[in-house]
Design a protein around this ligand. Structure first.
Ligand code: PXL
Length: 276
């Protein structure tokens, strides 16, 4: 098993099974050392809870990075998710320059939108900044909505392979390298992930669960990063992360009180088995 040191930059939603409360256990289960920069602290995530608190930590980030630089701390991977402000994007770009070990892999999940809409905290200025990050990353993990915001491609709920090929081409033109496009579904029973690496485009298809769930993007990206840093290929990692995420959703859908996230913890044993 590989043992990599991974820095993840995303928010702490104190309740809600997303961002850091999901990324840390999944990366640990995948066998890696974790380090964090919390982008913000929220009482809950913003998708369905009302009256949540939010404390933006933008001001704290430069001092954390300056300390690490002084201590000579660096990472095998940097993985970003939900960020607290547009200004933080320049800080992350700086981390890409100064906190990377040779060969460090930079993963960006441009967590900012879903179902055709930006999350409440974000606007088009944030999207403009996010484009800088996705073009500096080695691997990006957008859903279709995020990919549309990043490229100006029209968002559609029903589409065909030509639409997805055009979206991928536009992401490439914006500077994206390896692209893991999630939630790509051409029929009612299945959905999947498109993996574009170099000139090779592959599609990992899996069963679709009719009910949409919160936090699954974070579960997916964290499992992908964990698997990839274990030396799996992008396509293998995409498949492992997809099967794991589907199991998490299946283990949650029968519990109507658990609407805010997925029960990813009982499936960690499955993820560990996949990575052996
Ligand atoms: O899962 C994405 C996410 C992360 N963090 C916060 C969110 C969301 C999605 O809504 O609100 C705070």
């Amino acid at each position: 098993m590989e043992y990599k040191r991974i820095l993840t930059v995303q928010d702490i939603s104190c309740v809600g099974q997303c961002s850091l409360t999901v990324a840390l256990p999944i990366l640990s289960a995948a066998g890696h050392e974790t380090a964090i920069i919390p982008s913000a602290i929220l009482s809950t995530h913003t998708a369905g809870f009302k009256g949540f608190t939010c404390h933006d930590l933008t001001e704290d980030i430069p001092a954390i990075c300056a300390h690490w630089k002084k201590e000579g701390i660096s990472f095998d991977a940097i993985y970003t998710g939900y960020l607290g402000s547009a200004e933080q994007i320049n800080d992350v770009l700086d981390m890409f320059q100064t906190l990377c070990k040779p060969g460090c892999v930079k993963f960006v999940d441009p967590a900012m939108a879903d179902n055709g809409k930006l999350y409440p905290a974000f606007d088009l200025d944030f999207v403009k900044e996010m484009k800088k990050l996705t073009s500096a990353a080695d691997i990006i993990l957008p859903n279709i909505t995020e990919a549309c915001f990043l490229t100006g491609h029209e968002y559609k709920e029903k589409y065909d392979e030509a639409y997805i090929a055009e979206l991928l081409a536009k992401l490439r033109r914006e500077g994206a390298k390896t692209i893991i496009l999630t939630g790509v579904s051409y029929d009612d029973e299945t959905t999947g992930v498109v993996v574009l690496e170099g000139d090779t485009c592959q599609y990992y298809r899996h069963r679709k669960i009719s009910k949409s769930s919160h936090g699954t993007g974070d579960v997916y990206s964290s499992a992908f990063v964990g698997a990839y840093m274990q030396g799996k290929s992008a396509y293998e990692s995409a498949g492992i992360a997809a099967e794991y995420t589907v199991r998490c959703i299946e283990g949650t859908i029968d519990d109507p009180t658990h609407w805010y996230g997925v029960k990813f913890e009982p499936q960690l044993g499955y993820l560990i088995d996949c990575l052996k």
